[in-house]
Design a protein around this ligand. Structure first.
Ligand code: FPP
Length: 244
């Protein structure tokens, strides 16, 4: 049984109002390849450098009291990359889980996956995914939701198919209940790194009222400072949810 402890006992920075922290933050971890190319490294070294950024981001989320963090690890469109990079990413994701799940679990992080669990995912990785979800299911400090083989349109198609199969009349509630993780709260703060201003099929339904923050830094350069700045920006926004 893992020992639960809170993240580094740091105080929430003064720029943050602890009573208005976003519940659910979503991150598109973009720019690993460009980060590497600019350093004359191979693209995969950029993904490797992204691991520390992910760990730092989780620590920042724990420190700030964020309850859900969803990160885009592999999209349904990423299969179009050269086979060597796809293979690297499958292997990398598996190794990363094995390397990090105990320390994440010790911090009270519950790890879940969203995406299509189809034949394209290597069976060994699928086993790790299921094992990791089971191992961390009892943790409740932060939910780290990993979008893997994920695409929002595919998710909505799958939900609509489920409705049809069950003969259920479509409604917002009925669709929400058939998404990959029906317990996932709406996204409050949606972040993309690397200066790109695109949604790229990430959590379209869940982000209907999200605040979008685009960060110029490449993902390997993202961390606590950038997370604090994004939350501070979120708190400067006036959220009206369609009201006045
Ligand atoms: C985008 O950069 C990043 C990815 C496709 C993968 C990022 C994955 C991680 C950091 C590890 C996550 C793993 C787990 C298990 C949570 P890019 O290759 O699109 O960069 P570019 O736009 O510069 O080419």
């Amino acid at each position: 049984m893992a020992v639960k402890m809170r993240a580094p006992e740091a105080t929430v920075p003064d720029v943050i109002d602890p009573t208005r922290v976003p519940v659910h933050v979503a991150c598109v971890m973009d720019g690993n390849g460009r980060w590497a190319s600019e350093r004359n490294m191979v693209r995969t070294e950029g993904h490797a450098a992204g691991e520390q950024a992910l760990v730092d981001t989780v620590d920042a989320a724990l420190e700030l009291g964020i309850k859900w963090l969803t990160v885009y690890a592999f999209s349904t469109e990423n299969w179009r990359r050269p086979i060597s990079e796809v293979r690297y990413l499958m292997n990398f994701n598996e190794r990363l889980l094995l390397r990090r799940r105990d320390e994440l679990s010790a911090k009270g992080v519950r790890i879940r996956f969203v995406g299509r669990r189809d034949w394209r995912i290597p069976r060994r990785l699928l086993a790790r995914i299921e094992e990791t979800e089971e191992m961390t299911a009892g943790n409740d400090v932060l939910t780290l939701s990993i979008a893997f083989n994920y695409g929002s349109r595919a998710e909505l198609v799958d939900a609509v198919k489920a409705l049809n199969a069950e003969g259920v009349e479509p409604s917002e509630e009925a669709i929400s209940a058939r998404l990959y993780d029906p317990t996932m709260p709406d996204v409050d703060l949606w972040i993309r790194t690397s200066g790109e201003h695109r949604i790229s099929n990430f959590l379209l339904w869940q982000s209907a009222y999200a605040e979008f923050v685009f960060v110029d830094a490449y993902w390997p350069d993202f961390g606590r400072t950038q997370m604090v700045e994004a939350v501070a920006e979120f708190q400067r926004r006036d959220r009206r949810f369609g009201g006045l």
